[in-house]
Design a protein. Structure first.
Length: 416
């Protein structure tokens, strides 16, 4: 059944900052400060009493170094929020930011909280992917013998091969993402949920808009790019003499596939960026008691696993599960936000669910805007809600795949 009594007061995010090497417009800022500014801005804008916030749940994938030591709690302290506000940091890989919101919603729905923050953060310039040292499988050789988990780009190429998505289709999807993102930026579609990030030392603005998009991208420029993951697929499984390659290991799991066609490039994969986002949720009692107006509500959410080798094929089933819980159909959903981890992934979801592409990622996605791993799910909630308000539509569905063979989906409803 649909979730009862969980409302969205507001959403806020930083711009996504393009990472080149170890540098970005936000790489000089500690990720606690990046998230802290987001939390502080959200509380200030909604005018809620900070001491009334029951808890904060924050998604972050690489919880080491600057992002270790429970970044959620330290960011709340950085933001100057009351020391009575606890926080927890979680990792469901790319689904972390949306999972944080769903867990916050669950606390409210079961009556254990009235005012919650859910969000996420990832400083991919300061804390590189896989910095936790666990690889894809926690370095467990026994697990590896059961399921060979490989870099996601290899799995994306496998999916493109199995679904017969051509290089041209992938490139066309990426160009469309860039064009939609450019149109959204030029018409200030992202302005409502965006805050400028400030340098605490100088008070100057570090970044006030997403700077990853490449509006000059064309089919011709993408066609000139080489495959991004063929080299990784050709690496040996281990250091032993004559060890099979990663690709051979994957094909052993999928004997019906004779060869992986490496069709994804840097232009059809999600961008590496820094970013943070937060969503403030509350109960119906809190709304009434404080005479507040909610922007939206959480209708349902679902999560689950799928084959960990192909890894990113679970979203269609999880979307169906979220729809069933909400007592809705595909036709009821006005907008879909499908994370563009790789071009083949939204194409897969569109194909399996017979979606209208005109309702999918209408302002572009992670290929054009970037994918700050732990923050993306929270960002997409705000993006979807903002666009529902612009179009005066009712329902949006947000869905992401995640490493290890996982998927997540959340349905929201506009109320304003």
């Amino acid at each position: 059944m649909p979730l009862k009594g969980v409302f969205i007061l507001d959403c806020l995010r930083t711009p996504r900052a393009r990472v080149k090497g170890d540098s970005s417009a936000l790489s000089g800022l500690h990720p606690q400060e990046m998230l802290g500014q987001t939390l502080k801005g959200l509380v200030k804008r909604t005018k809620v009493e900070p001491q009334e916030i029951n808890d904060a749940i924050i998604g972050c994938v690489s919880e080491v170094g600057d992002q270790g030591a429970n970044i959620g709690r330290n960011a709340a302290l950085t933001a100057g929020l009351p020391i009575s506000l606890g926080a927890v940091t979680l990792n469901r890989c790319c689904a972390s930011g949306l999972q944080a919101i769903n867990f916050a919603a669950a606390e409210i729905a079961c009556g254990m909280a009235e005012l919650m923050i859910g969000g996420g953060v990832e400083s991919m310039s300061r804390v590189k992917m896989a910095s936790d040292g666990g690889g894809m499988d926690g370095n467990n050789v026994l697990l590896r013998e059961k399921y060979l988990q490989v870099p996601q780009g290899i799995s994306a190429d496998l999916i493109a091969t199995m679904e017969n998505f051509s290089r041209e289709e992938l490139d066309a999807f990426a160009v469309a993402s860039q064009q939609k993102a450019q149109a959204a930026q030029s018409t200030e579609k992202f302005a409502k949920s965006l805050i400028a990030v400030i340098d605490p030392a100088t008070g100057g603005v570090l970044l006030d808009r997403d700077n990853f998009p490449r509006p000059e991208t064309s089919l011709a420029t993408l066609a000139a790019l080489g495959p991004a993951f063929a080299t990784a697929a050709a690496m040996p499984l281990d250091s032993s003499a004559g060890a099979p390659t990663l690709e051979a290991g994957v094909l052993k799991h999928f004997p019906e596939v004779s060869k992986i066609e490496h069709r994804h490039t840097a232009g059809t994969a999600s961008g590496i960026v820094d970013g943070a986002a937060a969503v403030l949720l509350c109960s119906e009692n809190y709304l009434k008691r404080n005479n507040l107006k909610a922007r939206g509500r959480i209708v349902s959410y679902a999560v689950g696993g799928c084959d960990p080798v192909s890894m990113m094929v679970g979203q269609p089933d999880i979307v169906r599960k979220a729809l069933k819980l909400a007592d809705l159909s595909i036709a009821d959903i006005d907008l879909f936000e499908i994370n563009e981890a790789f071009a083949a992934i939204p194409l897969l979801v569109i194909k399996k669910l017979s979606l209208d592409p005109a309702r999918v990622n209408v302002n572009g996605g992670a290929i054009a805007l970037g994918h700050p791993l732990g923050a993306t799910g929270a960002i997409l909630v705000g993006t979807a809600l903002d666009e529902l308000e612009v179009r005066q539509k009712r329902y949006a569905l947000i869905t992401l795949c995640a490493a290890g063979g996982q998927a997540i989906a959340t349905i929201i409803e506009r109320l304003e």
